[in-house]
Design a protein around this ligand. Structure first.
Ligand SMILES: C[S@@+](CC[C@H](N)C(=O)[O-])C[C@H]1O[C@@H](n2cnc3c(N)ncnc32)[C@H](O)[C@@H]1O
Length: 203
């Protein structure tokens, strides 16, 4: 039976005991990859959307750099609890935002039913992989929601284990590989396996 990574119930069960875990790459390494993009943003004003935050501490790395306008979204409420706990452990208080929402139906707004919030950077670390378990249409739905939330000139950075994650006709983004990260081998003869950090610009 494949693991149902696209089902909220799976994440709910998992997060009921898991308080901290990093998928694919640790946050420090991920931050070093996206540094060229971060340096173009002003920490005191940039709006960052972190989709599928899970039990990652990535948001803390943004805060360490002075980014406070960070919205962490996950469809599993326990992820928001875990995120707040991780921020409080690191900083003694909670200043970033944590929202419960489905990335494939995302519409974040400041007032009910109002204009969509815009972000200067959207990141997901393997969330697209979980969503892809529901099929290509789900990835397209996510892509369309991300596009709606991008401010002019903003980009989406997505980390995936798949070399073909965004080989999708109708994808409303131009896709570039920002980094191809080799995974550790237990033996020298193991095959080369990479994680892929994509930079997506709206078409
Ligand atoms: C593979 S984990 C990655 C977690 C975290 N980004 C990391 O790097 O450790 C996928 C995350 O995406 C969330 N997720 C899956 N499908 C989602 C959806 N449709 N909307 C919002 N979050 C979703 C899960 O709850 C989980 O936290």
């Amino acid at each position: 039976m494949p693991v149902p990574f696209d089902k909220q119930a799976y994440w709910h069960d998992r997060f009921s005991t898991e308080t901290s875990f990093e998928w694919l790459l640790g946050s420090a390494e991920f931050m070093s990859i996206i540094k060229p993009i971060l340096t173009s943003l002003e920490p005191s004003s940039a709006r960052i959307l972190h989709i599928g935050s899970g039990t990652s501490d990535l948001q803390n790395y943004f805060r360490h750099l002075g980014f406070l306008d960070v919205t962490n979204v996950d469809y599993e409420p326990l992820a928001a609890d875990r995120g707040r706990q991780l921020e409080k452990q690191a900083f003694g208080n909670v200043k970033m935002k944590y929202a419960v929402a489905d990335a494939t139906q995302l519409h974040l707004s400041n007032d009910s039913g109002g204009e969509c919030c815009k972000f200067d950077l959207v990141v997901d670390k393997s969330t697209v992989d979980a969503i892809s378990c529901g099929g290509e249409d789900q990835v397209l739905q996510m892509a369309s929601c991300v596009k709606e939330h991008l401010a002019p000139g903003a980009v989406w950075i997505s980390l995936s284990y798949s070399a073909s994650r965004f080989d999708i006709e109708r994808l409303p983004f131009d896709v570039q590989v920002l980094a191809k990260v080799p995974t550790p081998k237990s033996k020298a003869t193991d095959p080369d396996i990479f994680h892929w950090c994509y930079l997506l610009r709206p078409k």
